[in-house]
Design a protein around this ligand. Structure first.
Ligand SMILES: [Ca+2]
Length: 223
């Protein structure tokens, strides 16, 4: 697939400024795919007009428990087809698709790669572009990592048990994703608790303020 794309990029007179050029090569945009739980090749366009190709090879790897994993080869290309960088990940069954999103609101997109989905939560590998190269910044688990405008930091919600939820808030800088805090909400016991991370000082609210807001929200939800 990738070879075909590169050949086409090199030889054809196709207009690559057309946003849907990968369709002609048979590779859909990731955000257009329907989630099936099976590996699906896809492409993503970054705001700086470069292209990411996500190329899965199913059953390429066997883990220590004998389960088969897909190998995911990621290649980053300039619009003229020039290869800028390659990355790879081992991927189990996941009900999520690769994403590009600016999770820390600095104007540059990160790559979010789902590598495994458990009962509810998905494990995501986060890559940040640092000096024109994507570097692995960290790993999070939950429903989806996004910029939380209220907090001004990346955050992700995850399910604990039937009655517990977590909200993890992170600080991303210079290729490192560092936990600010994790807020646990127990709807059964109606309690809020917080675990502070190494980047707690990046939070605009203190731990006490976060807990107080959480408790107030729980009481408000009852009425
Ligand atoms: Ca960013």
């Amino acid at each position: 697939m990738l070879a075909a794309l590169l050949l086409a990029v090199g030889l054809s007179a196709q207009d690559y400024s057309q946003p849907d050029f990968t369709h002609s090569e048979g590779t859909p945009w990731c955000f257009e795919l329907e989630i099936t739980g099976e590996p699906q090749d896809c492409a993503a366009q970054l705001a700086n007009d470069t292209i990411l190709m996500f190329d899965y090879t199913a059953d390429a790897i066997e883990d220590e428990w004998g389960d088969t994993l897909a190998r995911l080869d990621i290649s980053h290309h300039a619009f003229d087809g020039t290869l800028l960088q390659t990355l790879s990940e081992e991927v189990g069954r996941t009900y999520a698709l690769p994403e590009v999103a600016d999770i820390n609101n600095d104007g540059a997109e990160e790559i979010l790669i789902p590598t495994y989905t458990g009962n509810v939560n998905t494990v995501w590998q986060v890559y940040q572009n640092v000096e024109s190269q994507f570097v692995h910044a960290g790993e999070v688990s939950g429903l989806g990592l996004e910029y939380d405008a209220e907090v001004g930091l990346p955050a992700i919600s995850s399910r604990g048990s039937a009655s517990t939820w977590y909200r993890s808030v992170w600080f991303l800088d210079s290729g490192a994703l560092i936990l600010a805090y994790e807020l646990e909400t127990d709807l059964g016991f109606e309690t809020c608790s917080i675990v502070e991370g190494a980047a707690m000082s990046e939070s605009p609210q203190s731990a006490e303020e976060i807990i107080a807001a959480c408790q107030a929200g729980m009481e408000g939800a009852e009425q």
